[in-house]
Design a protein around this ligand. Structure first.
Ligand code: PHE
Length: 339
């Protein structure tokens, strides 16, 4: 009896065909209701006690191998069918080659870098995991300074000196420490703040900050630089500077660009004023220059910083900042034609 089973095992192992109907008759022969396997199972009770173990194992092996064989052959032959169909039509256009798209953050970041590089700014980068000195203290925010509350910070629990940078001003500190004026640099990068996630804000986003240091740099230079920038990015535009406060600049200002009030969306976006706030700026505080080893009696400079995400939302009419980090292919695909 076991020999009989083994004969079938060999038959199953050697079975092959390129015809789906033959596979089906093979399946019925072995696995059908009245098939061989059921017959062998029925015989089990007649097998002598000492043979039961081997008989049982062999019959299970036969069942597994047959099922696998049937499934494999079916898959193989079905795939072949699909392939044959495809290759029969020689006039069929080839499969399109999918091209990727740049992320809107990269597109806008590159646009901004491009504008500033035309007026002599280079690009500098620094670490996202920062120390207290570069993110706060060197920027005129000593420990316990109330202005530290302006930015809720992610600290590393075991070491309060280490944190996720809250702005890319930290890169400017590093740049000043390592380079002599004249300095003209912009620092793009990801920054982190402990904020609730909503359509308008996220706990991580991107900034570009700029720094210009030389002899006799004035507020007028700052304003002209920003006017050049907004004209290039938004088309000819009107800007205004509103007095503001940052610990690392004095005087400081917020920059608004005139967006217009032509549609209902314009009303919503500008809260009915027509103006959009796009960045912070100011003359670098002499304390900051000194902290970074630059003689504030000889040199002066300006700095500015803006959120790339916010500008990307504006330029591409995106309604929710979360879309920028969700990696939904349907969203990302829409930027294929952009730069
Ligand atoms: N670092 C500021 C911020 O993150 C922006 C800024 C940069 C303001 C430079 C003034 C000068 O909000």
């Amino acid at each position: 009896m076991i020999d009989d089973l083994k004969k079938h095992l060999a038959e199953v192992e050697n079975f092959s065909t390129d015809n789906l109907d033959t596979v089906e008759s093979f399946r019925i022969k072995y696995l059908g209701k009245k098939g061989l396997l059921n017959q062998f199972f029925a015989e089990f009770k007649n097998v002598s006690a000492e043979d039961k173990k081997e008989y049982g194992q062999t019959i299970n092996e036969l069942k597994d191998k047959t099922t696998k064989k049937v499934n494999d052959l079916k898959n193989q032959l079905n795939n072949k069918k699909v392939l044959n169909k495809k290759f029969q039509d020689l006039t069929r256009p080839s499969e399109p080659i999918e091209i990727g798209a740049r992320h809107p953050i990269s597109i806008v970041k590159n646009q901004i870098i491009d504008i500033f590089s035309r007026i002599g700014f280079n690009v500098s980068e620094g670490p996202e995991i920062e120390d207290d000195w570069h993110n706060f203290t060197a920027l005129n925010l000593p420990e316990h300074h109330p202005a530290r509350d302006m930015q809720d910070t992610f600290f590393i629990q075991t070491n309060p000196d280490i944190l996720l940078r809250t702005h890319t001003s930290s890169v400017q500190v590093r740049y000043m420490e390592n380079n002599k004026p004249p300095i003209r640099t912009i620092s793009p990068g990801r920054v982190y703040r402990n904020e609730a996630i909503s359509a308008r804000s996220h706990c991580f986003f991107h900034q570009i900050e700029g720094l210009y240091i030389d002899k006799n740099v004035s507020f007028a230079d700052l304003k002209q630089t920003l006017q050049f920038f907004t004209n290039e990015l938004f088309g000819k535009s009107k800007i205004r500077l509103r007095p503001s406060y940052f610990p690392f600049t004095e005087p400081s200002a917020e920059v608004d660009v005139y967006w217009g009030l032509e549609s209902e969306t314009d009303y919503k976006m500008t809260k009915g004023t027509g103006w959009l706030e796009i960045m912070g700026c100011g003359m670098v505080d002499p304390n900051v220059l000194e902290n970074c080893g630059i003689d504030s009696k000889i040199y002066s400079g300006f700095a500015f910083g803006m959120g790339i995400d916010r500008i990307a939302l504006l330029l591409h009419q995106i309604s929710d900042i979360r879309l920028l980090s969700e990696n939904d292919i349907r969203f990302l695909e829409q930027f294929k034609s952009a730069l």
